[in-house]
Design a protein around this ligand. Structure first.
Ligand code: SF4
Length: 248
């Protein structure tokens, strides 16, 4: 059997919708996507260069001091791999990683947002848990901790113009539960191995859209719309208050 590679993004796909994960992994049918803004990728590489400077000094950027201890890992592998069971391998590309004074490893991830994040998104929680699973799988002891470094735009310096956008930074500590990640990982493998197409997520609108546009549903909808149009128009109009509710 061909080896199956799972990553934090495909495991998150499973978390969101087992059917989409199944179609993606088994049939390479990918969920439709709109145009992706490349700004986040551009900012990520700028932050990574900044971190590389402090890596060469065996240090951490000044903004992180007091928040975490240790220094940036000297050599970060492009990709970490861990075999989960025969035929299945987890892989992941960490943005960065700290080595603490206790010789443990703590993953760091850069995230760009429009504003400060109120809480940690479940997808990021799982991503960091899977990074810890990968590090442990490579003999690098972790501390059930990871950090998300959020960057968000603040303002433009009037003296320096539009090219000088200032960013704020928010550091969120993630309490990692590797047991949680391992359960999801195993569930995803079970889903991959099943013969039937899994259920679609109720929260996603794409499959619902497909269901609504098949011929049978279309004729039912057409009949319903026709009946609606044939109904007499009610004489009473909305009150002013009702109109306000609709508009606002
Ligand atoms: S419901 Fe959405 S996420 Fe699930 S299979 Fe359909 S398109 Fe994919």
């Amino acid at each position: 059997m061909k080896k199956v590679f799972l990553s934090p993004s495909t495991i998150n796909l499973y978390r969101e919708c087992p059917r989409c994960f199944y179609l993606h992994m088994k049939y390479e049918i990918k969920r439709p996507r709109g145009p992706m803004p490349s700004i986040a990728i551009g900012l990520d590489s700028v932050f990574k260069k900044y971190f590389d400077y402090y890596r060469s000094l065996k240090d951490i950027p000044p903004e992180l001091k007091g928040e975490m201890d240790g220094h940036l890992i000297e050599q970060l592998k492009a990709t970490y791999y861990k075999d989960i069971r025969q035929g299945y391998t987890l892989l992941g590309k960490l943005d960065d990683c700290l080595v603490t004074e206790r010789k443990t490893y703590v993953p760091l991830d850069h995230k760009t947002r429009a504003s400060v994040a109120a809480s940690i998104h479940p997808a990021y929680q799982l991503q960091m848990e899977l990074y810890c699973v990968l590090l442990e799988g490579n003999g690098m002891k972790t501390e059930d901790t990871a950090y998300l470094l959020y960057y968000y735009p603040l303002n433009v310096s009037p003296d320096e113009g539009a090219g000088s956008i200032m960013f704020g930074m928010d550091i969120k500590k993630v309490n990692v539960d590797m047991g949680h990640a391992t359960v999801i990982l195993e569930d995803a493998i079970t889903c991959f191995e099943q013969k039937n197409l899994p259920d679609a997520s109720e929260e996603c609108e794409y499959c619902r859209w497909v269901e609504n546009v098949n011929e049978k549903s279309l004729s039912a909808t057409t009949a319903l719309l026709k009946t609606k149009r044939e109904l007499p128009v009610p004489e009473e109009t909305e009150t002013e208050e009702e109109t306000k509710d609709t508009l606002f």
